[in-house]
Structures are given as structure tokens and as C-alpha cells.
Design a protein around this ligand. Sequence first.
Ligand code: LLP
Length: 414
Amino acid sequence: MSEFNYRSNELYCENVKVSSIVKAVGTPSYIYSYKSLLSQFMKLKEAFAEIKPLICFAMKANDNLAVVKSLVDQGAGCDIVSGGELYKALAVKTDPKKIVYASVGKTEEEIKASLKAGILLFNVESLPELEEIERIAKKLGKKTKAALRINPDVKAATHDRITTGTLQKKFGIDLLTAHKILKNRKKYKYVDICGVHMHIGSQITSKNPFISAIKKVAAFIDELKVDGIGLEYFDIGGGFGIVYNQEDPFCVKDFAKAIIPILKKTGLKIIMEPGRFICGNSGILATKILYLKDNGVKKFLIVDSGMNDLVRPSMYDAYHEIVPLRKLTGRKEKMDIVGPICESGDYFAKDRQVNVSLKKGDFLAIMSAGAYGHVMSSNYNSRTRAVEVLVKGNKYFVVRERETFKDLIKGQRV
Ligand code: LLP
């Protein structure tokens, strides 16, 4: 059940009327439901209870400290991709032994910081990176664990820009190379290569590509066993899709049922890295209608959020449901819902049926904006980044202030 529902025609987040929040904090504003974050996390935890995986929240989806802390307090670890995410994960007291680090381009500083923090493992994406980690670990005199990110060459039905598991993409290591590295693993004295990792893409709503990829990697783990190479971890990545529009919901229970036997057979400790599944439907972007415009050919609803606030429609042609905070009845017409930025790609919806009685000053909620929303926002057009609010029961908390003009010139010199 979503935590964003209408009661007497007013949109609520948990027990708080969304319009009361936006009246107090202004728009654009990201609003998250604590209960929804936790219940999505628990859905995964319960479905996989039999194998007790380490669930590392993919911070790239939403790195707001309050959001991350809410999950960490429930036992989640963090999947990080940069020194900045490491810093934030540690700032909310994530157990370093629950942090995994993937990225094709880890810098020396980032590797050093992770070694010093004592993270659980690096998800290594190439041989040169492995050698760099070995070199730095030796210099620091700090041993570490690593998993090889396998590129299983499996195509998943999702947007090309968020597909990662084919050899046309920069991610991971092909099976042949991975096998060679593992055969030679004793050569690395400071990096214990004790796991395999995969992540085939994001917003994948069918369990089949995951099953194919997991089967492929499980077969690889078996091959390794034959060669006397035993491992400790299998990180199956993230990518579990959510409902934005009319997609069939990704059923975690069915997914778990299908893969648990394969995972159990590997005998390895399982890690997973969900991002969107936990926070995607747990947040909205609230915005205000500035103008209605009709050029004789098309009608436009111009709102006070732009592609700098939520880039997904512009970048991936992504669909986000858009609803008024006060539910309306009556006739609808096709309109484009657009932002104020000087780009034709600055839109949230094209030819969307919207209620004709919407007017200047009305508020809208852009739904399912909790993942890859605020984290991908920018200051383009010198626009300040939006405020973030976390709702808990009948209370709400500003968990990141709206940026000010002063923030826009911070560190600049003339
Ligand atoms: N693990 C790794 C190694 C990843 O690269 C990602 C996402 C995840 C886990 C989490 O995936 P999730 O469970 O959230 O699907 N900006 C795009 C999505 C990019 C995903 C990048 N990697 C969007 O707005 O759709």
C-alpha cells in the first residue's frame, strides 16, 4: 500500500496533508514517507529471510542522510559509488563492515579512504583497478576483501542508458578474464578476492533477466569450485523495478522463491543492493502551477520545478504520474507539463490528460520521485536545489534545507 493517498480529496503522506507541508516549506519540495521506506526494506528482508542476505541500500538512489539513517537503523548496509557516499554513509554511522563499493573509476583517494574506514569489500570492475587497490593497500599496510563484478552479458528490458550487464557496456569483467584473475588470486597479498558481484541494470520489472544472470554467475561459481577456488560472497546487485505507470509490479516473493534455491546451492553469503525498490515510490516532488499557456496548437502547464529538480523525464523519457494535491473531478484535456528552464527537454509529461479546472497557484505531486530525484538535481539555470522533507506518522521534518542564493555562489571568486 502506498503511503500517498487521498483522504476527503486531499493528498496525504502518511497522516500529514501534503498541502500543509508545501504551504510551510514552499515548492519545489521532495517529500518522503518514512513508513514506506521501511516497509519496502522489510518486504525484501522478509522475502529473503531464509538466507539472511546483507541488504546494502544503493545510496545513489537517495543519499539524504535522514533517509539513509532510517534504513541503517533497521540493519541495512550501504552500497556506495564514491568517496562522497562513503563520507555520508559513515556520517550516519553505517557499520563499515556493511559497506560495499562499486564504481568503474575509483580514485586513489577514494580507495585510501575506504581502506582506512575498513569497508566490507570493493566490487572490482577491472584488472587495472584490482592492481591499483593492491598497490594502495600494500602502501597503507591494510588488507581488504574484494569481489569481482562479473558482466554476465545478459540484456534486460529497460532503458538502454540504465542497462549495465552486456559487454557493450563499461561495467564489470567478462567471465574469461574473471576466471583468469581468480586463478591467479594468490598473487594479491593485500586483496583477498573472495566474492563475485553482478548488477545487470535498473528498473527491471521482470524477474527473468535476474534469474538468467544469477544462473550464469552460479554456474561460474561451480566452475571455480572445480578449480579449487572457493569464495565467500555473492553480491547479486540491485535493479528491482517499481511501478511508475502500468507496469506489472515486481513481486519480491516470487523473485525470492525463484532464486533462493540457486543462491543456497552456491553456499555463499548473499549481498544485495536495492535502491529504487526501497525509495522510489516512497517520495514525491511537490510543485506549483505558475502559468497555463495555450499557443493555439498545444496547451502547457508551466510549473515551478524543472529538469534541474527531476531529470528523469528529460533524460530517460521516464513516465511519472502527476496528480493534484486537491483531487479534482470533471473534464480533462491533453497538456504538456513543463518547467521554467530554457530547454525543450525540460518537461515532466507530454500530452498528459489533465483536469481543465487546474489553475495558477494549484499544487501538483510528481509521483514516484523518491529514487534518482534529488540526487540527480543540479543548479542549472542558477536554480537552488529543492528542500527535502521526511514524514513520519503525523509529523514532518525538514531533512535538508532548500538551497539559498548564497549557496549558489559558494566558493566562487571574481
Ligand atoms: N548496484 C549498482 C552497482 C548500481 O550501479 C545500481 C544502480 C544499483 C545497485 C541500484 O540500482 P536500483 O536498485 O536503484 O535499480 N538514474 C537512473 C538509474 C541509474 C542506476 C544506476 N545504478 C534512473 O533514474 O532511472
